[in-house]
Design a protein around this ligand. Sequence first.
Ligand SMILES: Cc1cc2nc3c(=O)[nH]c(=O)nc-3n(C[C@H](O)[C@H](O)[C@H](O)COP(=O)(O)OP(=O)(O)OC[C@H]3O[C@@H](n4cnc5c(N)ncnc54)[C@H](O)[C@@H]3O)c2cc1C
Length: 404
Amino acid sequence: MSTIAIIGAGASGMMAALTAAEDPGSRVLLFERQNRAGRKLLSTGNGRCNLTNLHAAPEHYHGGTADFVRPALAAFGVEETLAWFREHGLLTVAEPSGRVYPLSDSANSVLDVLRFAIAEKENIRLRPAEPVLEIRQAETGLQVDTEFARVTVDFVIVACGGMAGAKVGGVKDGYELLQGLGHSRTALHPALVQLTTETDWPRALKGVRADARLTVTAGRTRLAQTEGEVQFTEKGVSGPAVFDISRAVSTGGEGLTLTLDFLRDYAIREVYDLLCARRKAAPHLPAGDLLTGMLHNRLGKTVIRYVNQKADVPLAELPDDALKAVARACKDFVLPVRGTEGFDSAQVTAGGIRCAEFDPATLESRIAPGLFACGEVLDVDGDCGGFNLQWAWSSGRLAGRIGK
Ligand SMILES: Cc1cc2nc3c(=O)[nH]c(=O)nc-3n(C[C@H](O)[C@H](O)[C@H](O)COP(=O)(O)OP(=O)(O)OC[C@H]3O[C@@H](n4cnc5c(N)ncnc54)[C@H](O)[C@@H]3O)c2cc1C
């Protein structure tokens, strides 16, 4: 009989607990700080829970090397995860992008199947509202001090998650517990988060969505590029494509620039020709409507102001140079970047406990025998689209095997 303490009943901790409990000779104590298990899961995917992605593979992960995530993903990848959830009663559906959601479209369904499975296991004891304060090496095994008790166990799995989503349980505890046992961490940055930029233009466009190519640069160096939906906000830009490049911004230092190309499928010459054709066809149209039909109306009017043209001037009065400037602004709409929103709004933490301090084949600590870690507390963060939860399931499964 071995006793295993799992710290954190989030995505990875619940998966680790259910895996460890498959061995009838194990007794699992699952400690959770909050009043209930899996609170963050309910907020994922805007309440729909994007639980994995059909394209999950090491290249979608950052932080520790691709080699670190490989064994966990190979042992329990997308296929195994979907089969596991199906066996536990969850039906899922995949979108063309590869994102997988519960068929019910409700994150509750994902949490419910995990909760029910835990309740069925006589050898798992869930202890909610019981934060773990310290873990120490004991003469045999490890000693776990919670707010209410001290227990000595054979193995500990730290599954406390990261700092992201502070309102739904993001805390520093996991890093501190592991640092107390001799582990070290990298710098922590919010990722999959909104960008804050110079605000004049975003504020004027608040609520507008646009399809664009986004490029982040530091001076002449391109740090990241992606394509997709951008949403303008009071303080900057948000949306799936923005999340994709937010890691590059939060780790990229000061003085960055975001360039938006709103007509990415058209060369600048084609855009200019279209504008000239419009001027010829509708010379009395006000300049403010030059881009009507090409861009969202408010965006089109904002681009005209961006190049310092008056909206009420008839198109016939716009010289070629003005049309060239408008064409350029459609392709190179530049926003100086201030930074990102904080951990409260972020979906994931970039950075964490150094992966090199854990064996990727088992997720056991190389520093403290009997200690394991899984999920976001490690220096692993995935792209937007279900990759972070897949890491939680894969790493929780691997850690829960306790090296077997
Ligand atoms: C708003 C939001 C939306 C997201 N949407 C998605 C999505 O759709 N798809 C996706 O793949 N990823 C998404 N993510 C990311 C994903 O939720 C996380 O990467 C994942 O939950 C990490 O799993 P984890 O088990 O490591 O940590 P968590 O799920 O955060 O669980 C950690 C648990 O440990 C507990 N804990 C912490 N300290 C202690 C302590 N001292 N003692 C006891 N318990 C403790 C916490 O209360 C928490 O319940 C989203 C995140 C947020 C914030």
